[in-house]
Design a binder for this molecule. Structure first.
Ligand code: SAH
Ligand code: F3S
Length: 436
């Protein structure tokens, strides 16, 4: 293999969750530090990276079909690398199946790209103890928001999920490193911090033992942080101190993504989600009691092995009851090595499709009602820049991540929190006029 440093352009395609997005930002920053230039088309790139997702079979298939296409790039001399969760899961098998791939690198190696770039390592899928988290070089795509990993990996064993295999055991970063990264982000103009982890609220500082509540408070207290958000919370890890920290800091968004997966306690037990339907609803209640204005979003799986019509009806009724603003719904997908394979096959595909469509229909209605519920109210919007379609219009996000386009005689500085009166609800966004 030739040294890869002489081909100084790179292209990265990213699939999957926020953690993968952030790994792309980290990889990109590392490459820029080493003199590489990012290009927006694979055709111009000397180095092509696919940062892959394996959470459902579909995303994995998509990667393999993309990979097939990249044979042409290989023929013109490009270097091709597979990163992310498929890399972790399939390792050598990728090289056997696609010999035009130059290297396979798992999520544990994002901080260690030098051996890869030298061309001396083709497979890097172990999890080094020191993950080498160089936050100064992260290539952040947003001028107002910084995503910050607080815990990598996952110690839960939801029976359907491959993430614990592909991302390893939980490793929390020291609280002072996280705070230092947030302060650095603020010094570069970022005013919104999004704390990330597969189970973000399982955070435990390896130095002080401090929990997620103490982390939330520490980040919320950093001068210049106008907003704190976090993703993804596990319902069984929502604690009274965490709720109190949210309540006590006005700059922590009144919003939580809380994946429920199913509204049936029997299914939740087989998924090993560690809570029942009743417990989930009790947590929602507690959060609402502390912060009446809090909004929720969730993930749902339909067609899990053994899911009956009654189980599914329980999911629909729970969605109606909680009224999540956004629902990400998926058909159960069998993943290699997961415990749910022993629970029998998925529900018949036609039935699952029908269930998924019913969730989508319900979601469309609730989303409409959610957006219409904003009309006439004044909400804080973090101004991110002018609208893509019209430079006269300002654009930003609500605490629960809805896009708001609005009119204001003078454009505010980027990153300002603006009060916007919502005049109408559009398809998936809101429109209004600034009042501050
Ligand atoms: N804690 C994670 C969850 C990772 S997977 C997070 O940060 O979001 C994201 C979502 O994908 C899960 O909440 C679940 O709804 C869905 N999912 C995971 N494994 C799946 C599978 N085997 N089939 C279908 N959906 C799945
Ligand atoms: Fe997956 Fe459950 Fe962890 S969904 S990421 S095993 S909390």
């Amino acid at each position: 293999m030739t040294a890869r440093n002489d081909l100084k352009t790179y292209y990265i395609e990213t699939w999957g969750c926020q953690m993968n997005d952030l790994d792309t930002q980290r990889l990109s920053g590392q490459l820029k530090l080493r003199g590489y230039r990012r290009v927006s088309s694979e055709h111009e790139a000397g180095l092509i990276l696919l940062n892959t997702c394996s959470v459902r079979e579909k995303s994995e298939q998509k990667m393999f079909s993309e990979l097939g296409r990249l044979r042409a790039a290989k023929e013109r001399g490009a270097t091709i690398g597979i990163c992310g969760c498929v890399a972790q899961q399939e390792g050598e098998a990728i090289l056997a199946r696609a010999p035009h791939v130059d290297f396979v690198m798992g999520p544990g190696h994002v901080g260690y790209i030098d051996e890869i770039l030298k061309g001396t390592t083709r497979i890097a899928v172990e999890f080094p103890d020191d993950r080498r988290y160089d936050f100064v070089s992260i290539d952040r795509p947003s001028a107002v928001r910084a995503q910050v990993t607080v815990v990598e990996g996952c110690n839960k064993n939801c029976t359907f999920c491959i993430v614990p295999t592909t991302r390893g055991r939980e490793v929390s970063r020291p609280l002072r490193d996280i705070v230092a990264e947030c302060e650095h982000a603020v010094s570069t103009g970022r005013v919104e911090i999004e704390l990330l982890g597969q189970t973000v609220n399982a955070y435990a500082c390896p130095e002080s033992g401090g929990d997620f509540a103490s982390l939330l408070s520490a980040v919320a207290r950093i001068p210049g942080v106008l907003r704190v958000r976090f993703m993804t919370s596990h319902p069984a890890e929502v604690t009274a101190p965490m709720i109190a920290a949210m309540r006590d800091h006005e700059n922590i968004c009144r919003y939580i993504h809380l994946p429920v997966q199913s509204g049936s306690s029997a299914v939740l037990r087989r998924m090993k989600r560690l809570y029942s339907r009743e417990k989930f609803l009790a947590i929602v209640c507690e959060l609402r009691e502390a912060m009446p204005e809090i909004r929720f979003s969730t993930d749902v799986i339909v067609g899990f092995p053994g899911e009956t019509d009654d189980d599914f009806a329980g999911t629909l009724s729970l969605l109606e009851q909680v009224r999540f603003g956004a629902i990400y719904a998926f058909k159960y997908s069998e993943r290699p090595g997961t415990a749910s394979l022993r629970l029998g096959g998925p529900v018949d595909d036609a039935v699952s499709t029908e269930r998924l469509n019913r969730v989508f229909e319900l979601q469309a209605r609730i989303e409409r009602e959610t957006l219409e519920g904003f009309v006439g109210r004044v909400v804080p919007v973090l101004f991110e820049g002018v609208s893509r379609n019209d430079a006269a219009i300002c654009s930003g996000k609500t605490e629960d991540s809805w896009t708001v386009n609005f009119i204001r005689p003078e454009h505010p500085p980027t990153g300002a929190l603006i009060g916007v009166r919502i005049d109408h609800a559009k398809h998936h966004s809101l429109f209004g006029e600034a009042v501050t």
